[in-house]
Write a protein that binds this ligand. Structure first.
Ligand code: DC
Length: 233
């Protein structure tokens, strides 16, 4: 039996490719909700650091994820009702997030929240596994990438804007390690879905990338809404 088509756009890809900015801008243009799944992993990571949870203990991380609540609303991230939007972007949270991202119970919990978020809503979902695992029946999928140098420069500028003391080489090293780790993960590894459109944002402005993606989305939306020709009559 055919699966129903989900009115979800997925944007997966490595860190620093511009997924967050592209997804936010696209969601604004379409008037759809933005599902920033990295922010969810970051919020649970922040809770683990706050509670001094042993990051190497799978059991403890799983229990933590089932105990806390994460909510996305109006561009902010709430952990147990507390706004943690600014705090989850630190270098410390970024580095520790891999322990949570590798944990099957944490992933299962977050996947449930992510699907609930898309219930009854049109959504632009960004992350690593949105097109492959969370929304395999999404009607339009993208894998957004860029050269390591371009991604490093973006991430470095973000940390600088936040006043975090970190040098460019360290940012680059962290990115490379995180890419390798995300691609090699035993569950939900980062990879393009078979039916994803791969977009390389190297050398493109934010608007150029969003224009390109929006064009594809609108074409598919038009195709979805146009009446299908009758077959075999
Ligand atoms: O995209 P980001 O840098 O905000 O992601 C934060 C962490 O969460 C990073 O370690 C990758 C992980 N992540 C994931 O495993 N699956 C997702 N769907 C989104 C993020």
């Amino acid at each position: 039996m055919n699966q129903p088509v989900l009115r979800v756009v997925t944007i997966d890809g490595p860190a620093g490719a511009g997924k967050s900015s592209v997804a936010r801008s696209l969601a604004g243009r379409l008037g759809w909700r933005l599902l920033d799944t990295g922010a969810m992993y970051r919020a649970v990571t922040w809770a683990a650091l706050r509670d001094h949870t042993d990051l190497t203990c799978d059991e403890a991380l799983g229990t933590l994820a089932e105990r806390v609540s994460v909510r996305l609303a109006n561009g902010s991230v709430y952990l147990d009702g507390e706004d943690v939007t600014g705090r989850i972007r630190s270098v410390e949270v970024t580095r520790a997030s891999r322990y949570l991202a590798d944990n099957p119970r944490v992933r299962a919990r977050l996947v449930r929240w992510q699907r609930d978020f898309a219930d009854d809503h049109e959504v632009v979902a960004e992350g690593r596994d949105q097109g492959t695992v969370v929304f395999p029946h999404a009607f339009c999928k993208f894998f957004l990438t860029a050269s390591l140098a371009a991604r490093g420069e973006r991430r470095f500028a973000e940390f600088q804007a936040r006043g975090e003391a970190i040098d460019y080489e360290t940012v680059l090293g962290d990115l490379e390690r995180r890419d390798r780790h995300d691609e090699a993960r035993a569950i939900a590894p980062m990879r393009p879905a078979a039916d994803a459109i791969v977009v390389d944002s190297t050398g493109l402005s934010l608007d150029e990338v969003v224009n390109q993606i929006e064009r594809s989305v609108r074409l598919r939306l038009d195709a979805l809404m146009s009446p299908q020709p009758a077959v075999g009559r």
